[in-house]
Design a protein around this ligand. Structure first.
Ligand code: CUA
Length: 427
């Protein structure tokens, strides 16, 4: 029935892009599932009303149409039938209740605090010791909306990343949503959404990619514990949930709203721990010098620092002013917070808030495309994302402009290339 009604809806949306990475019909988490069920209920309720009302209308039009030489008497012209009116009001109230009750239930479910054992979410964890532990101390991610990109802070882990949120599969993740400027909306269609990010207040929601062990067992009709069940559960996560999910800002927030995307990867616990360690460690200098040595050379003898990566880093810290706005973990002087944190940007599968994608079909990074995307973004940010702050911070352009002395005022093509290579090496 669900697939059939999905088909009807798909028929209505025939013109839309049906890439399932953005599909609310292919759910991969409990919140999206709850929302899909609610959507389907609404489609059915309104669909049935549509058929009844439309049917009566068509019947009346055909049955009572004017015919040649029609000598049938004019039907009685009724007005104000209390029974009909009360009936219609009653039916409307009933229908609203049928939709409102599950709607409120779904809204509350989305916003529940995972550690409340009385909640529906809490009840899921009964009988799953591992999950109960995790529900008491869920992973918290602060999602901060900017025009037009996303910051993801992991306060318990002391790391911050941008535009690509990594989460452990099968676990509750508690999100605190804020905005630095205007209203944005967090929407990860296959997992959860949409909740607004509003300046001056914090909204919250929880998300989960895939079911937890208890819920998975319930759906499979399995009971009990044991290493074999755990293995099957791990297989389910591996095959169905570990994946790359597309997200999108869902509230109009200015010129580049449509280009305010994000990506989420759900990984296993070990990969998550490795990613966290890697983020914390950050990056060293291109040729293995300590940062102290590198900065001494940079200040006293910059020509000594040769090679594309050193050249790129020198630009990053100096002429291109990247470090004013961006942080790179490990680098003691790249501590800017106005722009995205660039730690491990070379490992991200997209840049410019998901707008420039370089993920290959097999899930690896297409290195050539990655270079092209970095080059394009640094060279013409205003073309990639109209109105963005990086462009404005650099005096309205980063490409090749000439100053009054005939010298390049902004970065040359060669400099953009070296910066791109340096950023690509941050992985
Ligand atoms: Cu942010 Cu639309």
């Amino acid at each position: 029935i669900q697939y059939f009604s999905a088909l009807i809806v798909v028929a209505f949306l025939g013109g839309c892009n049906l890439d399932t990475r953005m599909s609310t019909f292919v759910t991969k988490g409990p919140i999206a599932e709850e929302q899909l069920n609610l959507f389907m209920l609404t489609v059915w309720v309104t669909g049935i009303i549509f058929v009844i009302v439309g049917g009566v209308f068509v019947y009346a039009v055909i049955k009572f149409r004017e015919r040649p030489n029609d000598d049938r008497p004019m039907p009685s012209q009724g007005h104000g039938n209390p029974l009909v009116e009360i009936g219609l009001i009653g039916a409307s109230i009933l229908l609203l209740a049928i939709i409102a009750v599950p709607t409120l239930r779904a809204i509350w479910f989305t916003q529940e605090t995972p550690d409340d054992p009385e909640s529906r979410l809490g009840a899921w964890y009964q009988g799953d010791d591992l999950a109960e532990e995790e529900a008491e101390n869920p992973l918290i991610i602060k999602v901060i909306g900017y025009q037009w990109w996303w910051a993801f802070e992991y306060p318990q882990l002391g790391i911050t990343t941008a535009n690509e949120m990594i989460i452990p599969a099968g676990k509750v993740v508690h999100l605190e949503l804020r905005s630095i400027d205007v209203i944005h909306s967090f929407w990860l269609p296959r997992i959860a959404g949409k909740v607004d990010l509003i300046p001056g207040r914090t909204n919250s929601m929880w998300i989960q990619a895939g079911d937890n062990f208890a819920k998975w067992k319930e759906k499979q009709g399995l009971e009990g514990e044991g290493p074999e069940l755990r293995q099957d559960y791990a297989k389910y996560l591996e095959e169905e949930i570990h994946d790359y999910y597309y997200g999108q800002c869902a509230e109009y927030c200015g010129e580049s709203h449509a280009r305010m995307l994000f990506r989420t990867t759900a990984v296993d616990d070990q990969a998550f721990a490795e990613w966290v360690a890697d983020e914390k460690a950050g990056h060293g200098t291109p040729d293995g010098k300590s940062w102290d040595e590198w900065y001494t050379a940079y200040e006293e003898n910059p020509e000594e620092l040769t090679g594309d990566l050193n050249e790129g880093l020198k630009l990053f810290m100096g002429r291109a002013k990247c470090a004013t706005c961006h942080t790179v973990n490990g680098n003691p002087r790249a501590l800017g917070v106005a722009g995205p944190n660039l730690t491990n940007i070379g490992s991200r599968q997209s840049i410019a808030a998901g707008w420039l994608n370089h993920r290959a079909e097999d899930g690896s990074i297409d290195v050539e495309k990655q270079y092209d995307n970095l080059y394009k973004w640094i060279h013409e940010p205003e073309v990639v994302k109209p109105g963005n702050l990086m462009w404005k911070a650099n005096g309205g352009g980063i490409g090749e402009l000439i100053d009054e002395h005939g010298e390049p005022a902004l970065l040359t093509d060669e400099e953009v290339s070296k910066l791109s290579l340096y950023l690509q090496s941050l992985k």
